[in-house]
Design a protein around this ligand. Structure first.
Ligand SMILES: Nc1ncnc2c1ncn2[C@@H]1O[C@H](COP(=O)(O)OP(=O)(O)OP(=O)(O)O)[C@@H](O)[C@H]1O
Ligand SMILES: [Mg+2]
Length: 348
């Protein structure tokens, strides 16, 4: 086969690919390979372009054994790292000398690596979140068996703390399961007709005791006529509950939490008829540095306060997934010292 034909074949490979023959020179490289490794590659010794030791070993081994070898190539274009899985396959009967050559093709596996990293981070976070209450429980069990054995008052107090910690673990597991459920259904469009006014009224009713304990006045403003959306009733309730609960827990010092429902025929945020639910508090607000990360799992703006209030840091991550499933948008505006506004926009 002539080098022209080889080049035509290599040009058709849909990822960076180079051919190295038994003289250890590059005899063909497609445009993707030139973008990755540099131009004017043809005729050069492969090791001058592929300098990473594991790459050199792989091509040498494949040329010697005439068999397949797999390796990795790391590249950095100045802005980001890219990881390639490189397959070296021996092709008989081509090349200038020795009647054979190695075709090395570079598959970009960066997104797989990132997914793996995210999974590892997630497991580390979950373990850490569970370990804290578990350590406390174990400590108090020790104390109750030993020093506090005969002390009735201490026992009562410790049992209360243990119950709180066990509740926190229970909430965490519950939140993880609901995040999982929401994520696996994210591509399935919801089908219930949900009356948002009624939904918000009943959510407010169940949160009234929490608001009263926190000294917060909770008000709902909604249009006269019902506002309906196609949605998942339970999930939407979870969205409103989390936002209002957050406003009471973190913004309650402002004394009021206002929930407003509005409907419009065309909302710029979703470019369609939509309903907007706004939850406004007059609390301490959230520093702008935290805003972009607020919906990440386990992210807390004020981690001390959130933990103290029994927060798992998963609430807004769940909200984000539910809103995505409804093809809606969530917006957060906040000013330090003035309060926060969380807006959910749902297409109607
Ligand atoms: N209205 C608000 N005012 C100030 N900070 C807020 C407000 N809402 C949320 N936050 C911050 O955002 C963080 C993330 O909220 P999120 O609801 O995801 O978690 P959480 O409330 O800590 O836990 P969970 O909702 O699972 O019980 C909170 O820990 C808090 O620091
Ligand atoms: Mg919350």
């Amino acid at each position: 086969m002539t080098e022209d034909v080889i080049s035509e074949f290599v040009a058709a490979v849909p990822m960076p690919a180079v051919v190295v023959d038994q003289s250890e020179r590059i005899i063909a490289a497609n445009a993707e390979a030139q973008t990755l490794l540099g131009h004017q590659m043809i005729g050069r010794h492969f090791a001058t372009l592929l300098r990473q030791p594991q790459m050199i070993d792989a091509i040498e081994q494949s040329l010697r054994t005439k068999g397949p070898v797999k390796t990795r190539h790391l590249s950095n274009d100045g802005a980001q790292d890219t990881t390639f899985e490189v397959q070296c396959r021996y092709v008989d009967g081509i090349g200038a000398v020795g009647g054979g050559a190695v075709l090395a093709s570079f598959l970009d596996v960066t997104h797989l690596e990132q997914a793996g990293q995210m999974r590892r981070d997630f497991v580390a976070n979950v373990s850490h979140e569970l370990r804290t209450p578990l350590t406390a429980l174990m400590g108090f069990i020790e104390t109750l068996r030993g020093p506090a054995r005969e002390d009735a008052t201490a026992r009562e107090r410790f049992l209360q703390i243990m119950a709180d910690e066990a509740n926190r673990m229970n909430r965490l597991v519950g939140d993880l399961l609901s995040l999982n459920r929401v994520e696996s259904a994210e591509r399935v469009r919801p089908t219930d007709r949900v009356d948002l006014t009624g939904q918000l009224q009943s959510t407010l009713t169940s949160l009234r005791p929490l608001a009263e304990d926190a000294g917060v006045t909770l008000t709902l403003r909604a249009p006269e006529q019902p506002v309906e959306v196609t949605g998942d009733s339970d999930q939407l309730r979870q969205v409103f509950t989390n936002l209002i609960e957050n406003a009471i827990k973190y913004g309650g010092s402002g004394g009021e939490v206002d929930v407003t429902l509005t409907a419009s025929d065309r909302d710029p945020a979703v470019r369609a008829a939509a309903a907007r639910v706004q939850v406004v508090d007059k609390g301490p607000g959230i520093d702008a540095v935290h805003l972009p990360r607020l919906t990440e799992r386990f992210y807390r703006a004020d981690s001390h306060r959130s933990r103290e209030l029994g927060g798992t840091g998963l609430g807004l991550a769940i909200v984000k997934h539910i809103v995505n499933r409804h093809r809606g948008r969530m917006r957060v505006e906040s000013e330090l010292g003035k309060g926060s506004t969380f807006t959910v926009i749902l297409p109607r």
